[in-house]
Design a protein around this ligand. Structure first.
Ligand SMILES: C[S@@+](CC[C@H](N)C(=O)[O-])C[C@H]1O[C@@H](n2cnc3c(N)ncnc32)[C@H](O)[C@@H]1O
Length: 359
C-alpha cells in the first residue's frame, strides 16, 4: 500500500465542468435508448418513479437524458410523478448543480429533484426504493489510491507490477458499488451505467491508436521538474486514483452465479463497448485551426484532471503559486497541441451496461 494520500476528487466548479465536457454529454445522450428500454421494463410500483444519477458532477451533462427519461415514464403513465436524486461526493459543487437542474428541468410539472453528497461507495438510498439508477463516466474513480506509479500518472500506463494493486482495488470497489445498488433497487429496477473501460482493442480514454493523453500528461508534468519548477517527489505524487476495467473485469461478478453480486439478485442484461469521438478533434478536422483546437481541447482535460496535479504539489508552495504551476503545466500541453495538433484527441472509450434487480 502507498503512503501517499488519495487526492481529493473534484471537477472544476462553477459550471466549468459541463461547459467544457461536450463529449461527456454525447456519451450520456447515447444512453437514452438504453434508458428508454429499461423504463419500459420496470414495474411502476409505489408512487413516484424514483431515479438516481450517481456521480452527477454539476448535473448539466445529464439534463437531456433526464428529460427523455421523464418522457418515457409519462408515455406509460401520463400522471406519474418522477423524483430524481443527484449524487456526488460531499465537496461537489451542488450549488451549480441546483441552478443547472432548475434551469434544465424546472419547467417539467411533477418532477422533483433532490441531492445527496454521499459517495457511491456507501449506501445512498433506502432499501428497495429505486426504480432506475444511472451513472455516466464516474466509476473509474477508485475509493482510494491503492499504490504508486513511478513514471506514469495513470495506472493504464503503469508497469505490470504497479497495476496489480490498482486492479485489485478496482475489483473490490466494483463489488461494493454493485452490492449497494442491489440493495437500493426495487424488484425489477434497472441500472444503466456508462463507465470508462479498456476495450477489446486495448484503447481507453485519450488513446485510440494515435497520441496518448496520459503519456502527454506525464511528459509535461516531468517537464516542470526538468525546468526546476517542481521536485522529483512532486512528479511521482501525481497519480490518478482511477482504473479502466476490461469487459471481462466488468462482467466477472455477473458471470459467476455464486458471486455476492449474483446472490444479491443483480443480473446483467446488456454489455457493449463503444468509442465516442472527441468533439474537439472532430471540429479541428473540419476547421484546421490548431490554436483554436488547443484552446478548446485542453480545458476538457483540465475539467477533471486539475485537482490531481494540484494535489501533487507540496504544501510548502503558497496556494497562488500552486495554481500558477498548474496553469503553466496546462499551457505547455496546449502549446504542444497548437504546434503539432494531429493525433491529439480525447476519444471516450466506454463500457455500457444495463442490469436488472430480480424479484
Ligand atoms: C467525469 S465526472 C462525470 C459527471 C457526469 N456524470 C458526466 O458524465 O458528465 C465524474 C464524477 O464522479 C464523481 N465521483 C468520483 N468518485 C465518486 C464517488 N466515490 N462517489 C460519488 N461520486 C464520485 C466526481 O466527483 C465527478 O463529479
Amino acid at each position: 500500500m502507498s503512503g501517499q494520500p488519495t487526492p481529493i476528487i473534484r471537477m472544476r466548479d462553477a459550471g466549468y465542468y459541463s461547459a467544457n465536457t461536450i463529449g461527456a454529454r454525447h456519451v450520456i445522450d447515447s444512453c437514452i435508448p438504453l434508458v428508454q428500454r429499461a423504463v419500459a421494463e420496470i414495474p411502476l410500483t409505489g408512487g413516484a418513479f424514483r431515479v438516481a444519477d450517481y456521480g452527477a458532477a454539476d448535473g448539466g451533462t445529464s439534463l437531456g437524458l433526464q428529460r427523455a427519461l421523464v418522457d418515457a415514464v409519462r408515455a406509460r403513465d401520463a400522471g406519474r410523478q418522477v423524483a430524481i436524486t443527484y449524487t456526488d461526493l460531499p465537496h461537489n459543487d451542488f450549488s451549480t448543480l441546483f441552478r443547472q437542474v432548475q434551469a434544465g428541468l424546472g419547467d417539467l410539472p411533477g418532477v422533483f429533484a433532490f441531492a445527496s453528497g454521499t459517495s457511491f461507495y456507501s449506501r445512498i438510498l433506502p432499501d428497495a426504493s429505486l426504480h432506475l439508477g444511472f451513472s455516466g463516466t464516474a466509476m473509474h474513480w477508485l475509493s482510494r489510491l491503492p499504490g504508486q506509479l513511478a513514471d506514469a500518472v495513470h495506472a493504464v500506463l503503469g508497469t505490470a507490477a504497479e497495476r496489480v494493486p490498482f486492479a485489485a482495488q478496482a475489483a473490490a470497489d466494483w463489488q461494493t458499488i454493485l452490492l449497494h445498488r442491489a440493495a437500493e433497487l426495487a424488484p425489477g429496477g434497472r441500472l444503466v451505467l456508462a463507465n470508462f473501460c479498456q476495450d477489446e482493442a486495448g484503447y481507453y480514454l485519450g488513446y485510440t491508436g494515435r497520441k496518448n493523453m496520459h503519456a502527454t500528461f506525464a511528459k509535461h508534468w516531468a517537464g516542470l521538474r526538468d525546468a526546476g519548477v517542481i521536485t522529483e517527489a512532486e512528479v511521482r505524487a501525481a497519480n490518478f486514483p482511477q482504473f479502466y476495467k476490461t469487459v471481462a473485469e466488468f462482467r466477472a461478478p455477473f458471470d459467476d452465479p455464486a458471486s455476492a453480486v449474483s446472490r444479491a439478485g443483480l443480473v446483467l442484461e446488456h454489455c457493449e463497448t463503444r468509442i465516442t469521438p472527441c468533439p474537439y478533434a472532430a471540429r479541428f478536422a473540419q476547421e484546421r485551426d490548431p490554436a483554436a483546437f488547443a484552446a478548446a481541447y485542453v480545458p476538457t482535460l483540465r475539467s477533471w484532471s486539475e485537482n490531481v496535479f494540484l494535489g501533487a504539489l507540496d504544501a510548502s508552495h503558497p496556494a497562488g503559486q500552486r495554481q500558477a504551476i498548474v496553469d503553466r503545466f496546462y499551457a505547455s500541453y496546449e502549446a504542444e497541441v497548437a504546434a503539432e495538433p494531429d493525433g491529439h484527441a480525447m476519444d471516450y472509450v466506454h463500457c455500457f451496461m444495463v442490469m436488472a434487480k430480480q424479484g
